[in-house]
Design a protein around this ligand. Structure first.
Ligand SMILES: NC(=O)c1ccc[n+]([C@@H]2O[C@H](COP(=O)([O-])OP(=O)(O)OC[C@H]3O[C@@H](n4cnc5c(N)ncnc54)[C@H](O)[C@@H]3O)[C@@H](O)[C@H]2O)c1
Length: 258
């Protein structure tokens, strides 16, 4: 028998950015705990391969290439949950792009626009399409923000601005939808070991020095593991977590205690 706190049997869960990192790990965890999956990612080839692997292990899954920055793609992914399963219970707006590391005054408009389009408007379009589908039965949405959404983040100003926006959307959506039994939360990881971090390190001559630099500000003196973030995501999505909404949960090795 499954632990009731992490039993997602009968639920339909949509995850964006499911081809890699947190999204990929979370999708698998939800699937093995009974959820039927609707997965989206801009990397269609990787997504389809992953979905095939899940399906071959008996998990109900449908997958569709999408760009979360395009409103019609968000709509079509949400509609897929309706056409395949007739419902949507869980949505995780996780897809995102890494920031280029540069001082605010060196950040150009194109960088700002790209960060806003994917990391902020991608969540906005998702919420717009997902919330109405949950109004009849209730449900829960989890938006992946960042510690850069809770405080200043030197050298990643555009990313920080977009992620602060994600928390604003989360709290507003939580207040507007509480009466429908819909919970909306955000998760705010500190730097974690995912392919995104590897891409951020790529321009650095010494990735180990870069990791040590990033971890230096953290009380635990280490970066997070993707599994540690996904454990917190599962708890926030749990069908037993019925009185938690509008929160931005830091998963940060204690950093936000300062
Ligand atoms: N890894 C970290 O240190 C860290 C820390 C804080 C927050 N986050 C956030 O976590 C989320 C997931 O990041 P990750 O570390 O797993 O990264 P990742 O690069 O491993 O995965 C991100 C996924 O999103 C997809 N994606 C990117 N742009 C997309 C778009 N426009 N439309 C659809 N899919 C798109 C990518 O193809 C990829 O599969 C992001 O929102 C990121 O900002 C990551």
């Amino acid at each position: 028998m499954r632990d009731p706190i992490l039993d997602f049997s009968g639920q339909v869960a949509l995850v964006t950015g499911a081809a890699s990192g947190f999204g990929r790990l979370l999708a698998r965890e939800l699937g093995v705990r009974g959820a039927r999956l609707v997965l989206g990612d801009i990397n269609t080839a990787e997504l389809v391969t992953f979905a095939d692997t899940l399906a071959s292990s008996g998990i109900a899954v449908c997958a569709q290439g999408c760009d979360v920055a395009v409103e019609a793609d968000g709509l079509s992914l949400a509609e897929l949950s309706q056409s395949e399963y007739g419902r949507l219970d869980i949505a995780v707006n996780n897809a995102g792009i890494a920031p280029p590391m540069m001082a605010l005054e060196d950040t150009n408009e194109a960088t700002m626009d790209l960060q806003y389009n994917v990391n902020l408007k991608g969540v906005f379009f998702g919420l717009k399409q997902q919330l109405p589908l949950m109004r009849e039965r209730g449900g829960t949405v989890l938006n992946v923000a960042s510690m850069a959404g809770l405080g200043g983040a030197p050298k990643i100003a555009a990313y920080a601005a977009a992620k602060h926006g994600v928390i604003g959307l989360t709290k507003t959506a939580a207040l507007e939808n509480a009466r429908y039994g819909i919970r909306v939360n955000a998760i705010c990881p500190f730097y974690c070991q995912t392919p995104m971090l590897a891409r951020m390190e790529a321009p650095k001559a010494d990735p180990e020095a870069m990791q040590a630099f990033l971890a230096g500000g953290c009380p635990m003196k280490r970066l997070g593991e993707a599994e540690e973030v996904v454990a917190a995501m599962l708890l926030l999505l749990s069908p037993k977590m019925t009185y938690v909404s509008g929160q931005a949960l830091a998963v940060d090795g204690g950093l936000s205690a300062f």
